[in-house]
Design a protein around this ligand. Structure first.
Ligand code: HEC
Length: 166
């Protein structure tokens, strides 16, 4: 009688243990797979095809007159994420500058991926300045002509920080 009781007790434990093991095998799997995917995902489109109109020569010669310091970068960052009108840059260019903002799927050509060294290293400061001021006609890139020159340069300091090699 006593022995039977023990057997049932052991059986219940076995079932319980199997259940826990089974859950452990089934559920962490998709969680793990998701983490893997996020980790392996390339950061945006890179190298990125680019058909943007080239800025006039007098712009291409321009160099960013601002000092690379935390205050100037922060000013650019604030414009990028919050203050720029009509729409903050992050909506298209993404919070990490990879071009995968929430409007990514809605626009074509795709927003520039500022994390892509291949693309960004070939673009002079003056080209970025000109496009921010004038927009890129025929694309979703609006003109931010209302910004002061210094604000545009602050933005450019911040954009460059996305493709800095650590
Ligand atoms: C509504 C979407 C949208 C917003 C908002 C936006 N952009 Fe863009 N941006 C684009 C797209 C699309 C392109 C690609 C244009 C092209 O291929 O000609 C682009 C391209 C650029 C380029 C690349 C220029 C080049 O010559 O390759 C720069 C620099 C840029 N954007 C800066 C900004 C900044 C700074 C802001 C915010 C002040 C901003 N963008 C806001 C969509 C956007």
């Amino acid at each position: 009688m006593r022995f039977k009781c023990w057997k049932r007790y052991l059986l219940q434990w076995q079932v319980c243990l199997m259940g826990v093991l089974w859950m452990g095998l089934v559920f962490p799997e998709p969680m793990f797979a998701q983490q893997q995917k996020r980790h392996d995902e390339p950061s945006g489109i890179c190298p990125q095809p680019r058909k943007t109109v080239t800025a006039p020569d007098e712009y291409l010669k321009l160099k960013n007159p601002l000092e690379v310091n935390p205050q100037n970068i922060l000013a650019g960052k604030t414009l990028f994420h919050i203050d720029a009108k009509p729409t903050a840059c992050k909506v298209c260019h993404g919070i990490s500058g990879d071009g995968l903002g929430i409007l990514f799927h809605r626009v074509d050509p795709k927003p520039r991926n500022f994390t892509c060294v291949h693309t960004m290293d070939d673009l002079p400061d003056g080209q970025l300045f000109w496009v921010i001021k004038n927009g890129s006609p025929g694309t979703a890139m609006p003109s931010f002509s209302y910004l002061e020159d210094d604000q545009v340069w602050e933005l450019i300091l911040y954009l460059r920080s996305f493709s800095k090699k650590e």
